[in-house]
Design a protein around this ligand. Structure first.
Ligand code: ATP
Ligand code: MG
Length: 557
């Protein structure tokens, strides 16, 4: 995907068009949106799309956006997730106007359920789950009415109140709306409003033995909060008639409207909380914030700036048809932001020792290195040069093919900010592996240019052997090796090379006490100190690699 073709000006999607029209026509005085996560896992980049949309619209149109936890299923929800979601929304750069919980509305929802019973529009069904499922019918066949569908209002009220009081075992009965078992829309075939669940709720404790369904809680919560535009993903399009049915049949204080947009799908990525939960619980990754996870916490730990995620979301836009976005576009956004902000440093990931034979023993000298090529205000720093240095193993070949311009026996290359060196000799171990190079240097080339104007074909990064410090560098690759991994069989598609740990890397000494700011390791990519990094044991995560073409240009410089 060509990134620049998909850049979207703010305000240029169909939902913003609707909002603008509704404000212009005075249908609404103020736009009110909400982001409604279920606290049953950490937020992923798909949620970021929804967050940027809901909070973004409120910001752009001078409205309001609520954070509402859809905490209607206490068996799967935890305080840890609530805390993580709030931290992630803030980190993405947004602040909610109100913090709400669907559980704040449990009393009101219960009252409305009784209202439906009293108006003959809801009944208690004693069928078990299996029977309910069987009698729901299929897309081709209508469903069958429950034998309990015509209970009297009094009997329904009595049973429902006893469900609430905890008199019946979990799963033994449900409250259903009485709509139409023959409806072409299966969501309207007497959907469940309440189920019995003897579970402790993180907020309401042991008060409730019954919990509302997503459908019964969602639209009514929107109505209570006077949400004007209830924005959700396309899977809920078929739920909209039910969403509207509740609003029409209940004495709600406002009538929100649901709009659906295409969810984000990314190549090499699964964005489903079920799968992400299994990845964590099954030990396939280190946790929700494992830098290979497509979670906000994972990206943050990896060093991805919030700005890059917002930029990515803006580029992909908001559409009404589902599609799969190239992961490369996310990486493009990350590089765009980091290229501007990240300071340049030198680090050697897989070191090969070089001894410069004509450099005096014991001597060191300081060289001037640029911190950012486009930002002179970030100035320069001093780096130390000495008789022994490290270069990248892959920058040397004993028997190079024609197009290999880096170091090989007899060739001369430039060491970035330092000197030209020429390889004189190759030292190997008993196994025949190259363990050390013996080189010479030309003192007249200090700073990187030869007074006689002679050219070299490669510039390589390096670190001083005496002055650099060891570090662990973690190279993250795609978690799945298949561009469209199968959610049902995700374990089979896990990339065995998703994490490569380099324990022998060498970095400029000042990097050892680096903060969480991403830096560019020249010619390698962008890297960020891991949360576990200490000056004694520095650990860096690769945030994203450099584009190949870019890296090659640097080499030729
Ligand atoms: P998942 O589909 O990953 O299991 P979910 O929809 O169950 O997530 P919720 O916590 O209910 O997770 O989602 C909160 C909001 O985020 C919803 O409005 C939902 O539509 C939106 N959302 C979830 N996944 C995506 C996605 N991939 N792209 C855009 N929006 C999403
Ligand atoms: Mg959901």
């Amino acid at each position: 995907m060509a990134a620049k073709d998909s850049i979207q000006e703010p305000g240029a999607d169909f939902i913003r068009d609707i909002v603008r029209a509704d404000l212009d026509s005075k249908k609404h005085k103020k736009v009110v949106t909400r982001f409604p996560p279920e606290p049953n896992g950490y937020l992923h980049i798909g949620h970021a799309k929804s967050i940027c949309l809901n909070f973004g619209i409120a910001q752009e149109f001078g409205g309001q956006c609520n954070l509402r936890f859809d905490d209607t299923n206490p068996t799967k929800e935890e305080q840890e997730y609530i805390d993580a979601i709030m931290a992630d929304v803030r980190w993405l750069g947004f602040q909610w106007d109100n913090l709400f919980y669907a559980s704040d509305y449990f009393d009101q929802l219960f009252e409305w359920a009784e209202h439906l019973i009293k108006t003959g529009k809801a009944y208690v069904d004693d069928q078990n789950q299996e029977e309910v499922r069987k009698n729901r019918g299929t897309l081709k066949e209508p469903g069958k009415n429950s034998p309990f569908r015509d209970r009297s209002v009094d009997e329904n009220l009595d049973l429902f109140r006893r469900m609430k009081a905890g008199e019946f075992p979990g799963g033994s009965r449900v409250l259903r709306a009485k709509i139409d078992m023959a409806s072409g829309n299966i969501n309207l075939r007497d959907p469940t409003l309440y189920r019995i669940l003897h579970a402790h709720h993180p907020r309401t404790g042991t008060k409730w033995f019954i919990y509302p369904s997503y459908d019964f809680a969602h639209g009514q919560s929107d109505a209570i909060e006077h949400i004007t535009h209830s924005i959700c993903t396309l899977e809920f399009e078929d739920h909209r008639p039910l969403y509207d049915w509740f609003l029409e049949n209940l004495p709600v204080p406002s009538k929100p409207h649901q709009y659906e947009f295409a969810r984000l799908n990314l190549t090499y990525t699964l964005l489903s909380k079920r799968v992400l939960t299994e990845l964590v619980k099954g030990g396939h990754v280190e946790g929700w914030d494992d830098p290979r996870m497509p979670t906000i916490a994972g990206y943050r730990r990896r060093g991805v700036p919030a700005e890059a995620i917002r930029d990515f979301v803006k580029r992909i836009g908001v559409a009404k048809a589902n599609s799969v976005v190239d992961l490369g576009l996310l990486e493009f956004s990350i590089r765009e932001v980091l290229n501007k902000s990240a300071q340049r440093r030198m680090a050697v990931l897989r070191p090969l020792k070089v001894v410069i034979e004509n450099y005096p023993e014991g001597k060191t000298e300081e060289l001037e290195a640029v911190n950012h090529p486009d930002k002179p205000e970030l100035r320069t720093r001093k780096i130390k040069f000495g008789r022994e240095i490290f270069i990248e193993q892959e920058d040397f070949m004993e028997n190079p093919p024609k197009k290999f311009f880096r170091l090989s026996p007899g060739t001369e290359v430039r060491l970035r900010y330092a000197f030209f060196i020429t390889c004189k000799d190759v030292i190997k171990n008993a196994a025949g592996e190259v363990t050390e190079l013996r080189c010479s240097y030309d003192p007249a080339t200090k700073g990187g240019n030869a007074p006689d104007g002679r050219k070299v074909k490669a510039t390589m990064h390096w670190v001083s052997a005496a002055d650099s410090v060891p570090a662990e560098v973690r190279i993250y690759n795609q978690l799945f090796s298949n561009p469209e991994p199968d959610a049902a069989n995700f374990a089979a598609h896990i990339n065995p090379a998703s994490l490569e740990i380099l324990k022998e890397a060498r970095i400029e000494p000042a990097l050892a006490s680096a903060s969480g700011e991403p830096v560019q390791f020249e010619r390698q990519g962008y890297f960020t100190a891991d949360g576990s990094s200490t000056p004694q044991k520095p650990v860096f995560n690769r945030t994203v690699g450099l584009r190949d073409s870019w890296a090659k240009e640097q080499t030729k410089a």
